[in-house]
Design a binder for this molecule. Structure first.
Ligand code: G6P
Length: 364
């Protein structure tokens, strides 16, 4: 086992640091100047373009990756996207139609709820697309078509590198579906450029250990995000919850006034994601409102952008490299993965085998 971990103490740590490489392998041979080439979808692109709706279905981190993809899939394809946690879709027996495309996202390709939701969608006659890391998995065998994320074997129970590769694959799927639209061509080209430079922007923030040590005794941690980074807030909080065994919630910043604001005091740490995109000025205002209630803030902002965010001296700052707005979730999650990792080590918990959790949940 130690040989497989190389110079790292834990698989989670290794897999977080592997991301420049895993993102590269995810995109290998698929990005061209003129567009993306996804062999797995080629024969179904026409049907995909005609879909009335795209339904993303997954569990845990895979669901969050799909949520991160939702804004740019809607933008580049013009097709409405709805989100389904697999178990909830099954509980409700929610309506699915022949004109729908159901995209199933699963690292293992073996999660029971996701596979049951797949059977359900197949029965309803939807086009079923798989996004998985596991060649030969039930998901890749039973879907009509799909894309392997090629992130390499992931061993840590908490998914890290698969999350970022899933987002990148869904960006490529959105680019492929939208490639017949002339009006979005400049936008598509800038996203393709953004994708190819993404691995070089994965930074390893050495300050995350220090930040983790300031949080080890906290009972709870909130993460506020919106727009492209609502998913980052949910996924950052999920990582902290599952490995560091600390209560943590990701929240939609736009909902702050409808409840979460009541929790704010000088003790509760709150991470606010305020990197540059069309929601930036709204996030600045969220920061001001939290500061005026003496919130204990940790602000994630674009590199060199601290003054623009306007934090007071009491705020901690996480700076991240700026990339194409819709790809920013790939970069923003990395410091939060590292934070969860260091919190877990410092709190003395098992990083790779969190209490009560399994890598692949194959029973309902
Ligand atoms: C388990 C794992 C999570 C994972 C989820 C979905 O809960 O602990 O890390 O995100 O299952 O797994 P999948 O293989 O379908 O992505």
């Amino acid at each position: 086992e130690q040989i497989k971990k190389g110079s790292y103490d834990h698989f989670m740590q290794k897999e977080i640091h592997e991301q420049p490489h895993s993102l590269t392998t995810t995109m290998r041979g698929r990005l061209k100047d003129s567009g993306v080439v996804l062999g797995g979808l080629k024969e179904h692109l026409k049907t995909l373009r005609r879909s009335r709706r795209v339904i993303f279905i997954g569990c845990g981190t895979s669901y969050n990756a799909a949520l991160a993809a939702r804004p740019f899939v809607e933008e580049l394809t013009g097709i409405p996207v709805t989100m389904e946690v697999a178990s909830d879709l099954l509980d409700r027996q929610g309506p699915i139609y022949r004109e729908d495309t159901a995209v199933f996202v699963s690292q293992s390709g073996e999660t029971a709820d996701t596979l049951l939701a797949l059977e359900y969608a197949l029965e309803k006659g939807a086009l079923c697309v798989g996004v998985t890391n596991t060649v030969g998995s039930t998901l890749s065998r039973k879907t009509h078509c799909g894309i392997h994320i090629n992130a390499g074997c992931e061993i840590g129970v908490a998914s890290t590198k698969a999350y970022t590769s899933q987002i990148v694959v869904m960006a490529m799927i959105a680019l492929a579906i939208g490639s017949d639209q002339l009006s979005t061509q400049p936008r598509r080209e800038s996203i393709i450029t953004g994708l190819s430079s993404l691995p070089s922007h994965v930074s390893e923030d050495a300050e995350m250990k220090d930040l983790a040590s300031s949080l080890i005794d906290s009972e709870s941690l909130l993460v506020f995000g919106r727009g492209y980074n609502y998913a980052t807030a949910l996924e950052g909080a999920l990582k902290v919850k599952e490995v560091a065994l600390m209560h943590s919630e990701g929240m939609l910043a736009g909902e702050m006034k409808h409840g979460p604001l009541a929790l704010v005091d000088e003790n509760l740490p709150i991470i606010v994601i305020a990197t540059r995109d069309s929601c930036f000025s709204k996030q600045k205002s969220v920061i001001q409102q939290l500061l005026s209630r003496k919130g204990r803030l940790i602000i994630m902002c674009s590199e060199g952008d601290i003054s623009a965010v306007g934090p007071s001296a009491s705020c901690r700052v996480i700076q991240v490299p700026e990339v194409a707005d819709c790809l920013q979730p790939v970069i923003n999650i990395i410091p939060l993965q590292l934070l969860a990792y260091h919190l877990t080590v410092l709190r003395g918990f098992d990083v790779d085998q969190p209490r009560n959790l399994a890598k692949s949940v194959t029973t309902q």
